[in-house]
Ligand binder design. Structure first.
Ligand code: MG
Length: 389
């Protein structure tokens, strides 16, 4: 069998995202880097070159044993073009399939189609037609505009697959001529080769902004929910009460709140997170926090409940569940909690690897009645909705 090498580009700096998009943990427990790698392997590549930078190097090495094909990890360059070139130098003759890891919804069938196109025509480059009218705006000419002929335009995507010696030659010519391009087919064409295009997909979208991550999560959730009752949604309920005492910090939702009393308990007694964890575990059929983190175990004494929440998220993913949304109500006469909700939501969202819009937080009083109203305790109730991954 000939060498079909996937060059997975993971050396971008994720500048527009604010966090590293390729390492973002998605509701299915995978990163975009994992998903792109899987698409290449399922699509028919029989070896991989992962092109990395400082940020992605460690994760790339962790993928070597899981990839199912031989993997070489190579260092990227200052630009995409340099990174691709470095990756090409690690390939063996045959077919090179260049793919941006940020296009993690590329389907294996598309990878396959690009490889088949190389066998028939020497290249196979994913594209989609331009749907909107594209205007050329002449900045220096009174703001005049010209509509470009749509039938002459297309959006290129990746994968872009080529006969190896030709694409290597194209990249070497570009280096010699000092020609820059942000896409491989441009250099391939400039070296005198005809580019063959393969229909891509609208959802083979390059993750660029934080909105793209939200969109991707929605897609993954919708896909899971659409699998039917056997793989459907699951709801869970959690409730907890802790007593308020002197000389304890008051920690709620991972935030230390200035107050004359605090909650007593084996861990940090974060009643809000405890109720939330019970809702999550209950929905997954994993019991409650007493089962998962027994208070007879000294390792949990004084532990941050947020740390336990991260472990709950890991256990849910291991059991095959993602979190759709959660909602918590805290019952406390005092102190006022609403000013702390934004920070709590950030912390809880980070622990569950969700966006903050999935985290509901509310507070209420009991109008002075009962133990909560007398300030003897704080109660929290939570619900969580899970979906099967
Ligand atoms: Mg508790």
């Amino acid at each position: 069998m000939s060498n079909i090498t996937g060059i997975l580009l993971c050396a971008g700096d994720s500048r527009r995202m604010g966090f590293h998009k390729l390492l973002y943990r998605l509701p299915n427990g995978k990163t975009p880097m994992d998903m792109s790698l899987e698409a290449l392997v399922k699509g028919g590549v029989n070896r991989l070159v992962i092109v990395v930078n400082e940020a992605t190097r460690t994760h790339a090495h962790s993928l070597i044993s899981r990839a199912g094909v031989p993997v070489t990890v190579c260092e990227g360059g200052e630009t995409r073009q340099e990174s691709v070139y470095n990756g090409l130098l690690c390939c063996k003759p045959g077919i090179a399939v260049i793919h941006d890891a940020a296009r993690c919804l590329a389907r294996p069938a598309l990878v396959h189609a690009c490889i088949d196109s190389v066998r028939l025509h020497g290249s196979g480059v994913a594209f989609i037609p331009v749907r909107d009218t594209v205007l050329h705006v002449k900045q220096d000419n009174g703001g005049g505009v010209t509509a470009l002929a749509r039938e002459e335009l297309l959006h290129t995507q990746t994968p872009q697959a080529f006969e190896y010696s030709r694409i290597l030659d194209a990249y070497e010519k570009a280096r010699a001529d000092d020609r820059a391009a942000t896409d491989d087919s441009t250099l391939y064409a400039a070296a005198g080769h005809a580019v063959r295009f393969v229909p891509g997909a609208v959802d083979n979208r390059k993750l660029t902004t934080p909105e793209d991550i939200v969109w991707l999560e929605e897609r993954l959730c919708a896909a899971a929910a659409g699998l039917g009752a056997a793989a459907g949604l699951r709801v869970g309920l959690g409730e907890d009460v802790h007593l308020l005492v002197q000389d304890r910090p008051l920690i709620l939702g991972g935030v230390e709140i200035p107050f004359e009393k605090g909650l007593i308990g084996h861990s940090d007694a974060d009643v809000l997170i405890h109720a939330l964890m019970d809702a999550l575990l209950g929905a997954a059929g994993l019991g409650d926090i007493g089962v998962q983190f027994p208070d007879t175990d000294p390792q949990y004494k004084g532990i941050s409940s947020l740390t336990l929440l991260v472990r709950v998220a890991d256990r849910l993913a291991a059991a095959g569940y993602g979190v759709r949304n959660v909602d918590v109500t805290v019952v406390a006469e005092r102190p006022k909690l609403a000013p702390h909700f934004p920070q709590m939501r950030e912390l809880i969202a980070a622990a569950l690897r969700l966006t903050t819009d999935r985290i509901g937080l509310k507070a209420t009083t009991t109008e002075g009645s009962g133990p909560e109203g007398r300030g003897e305790c704080i109660r929290a109730n939570a619900v969580a909705l899970l979906y099967a991954l």
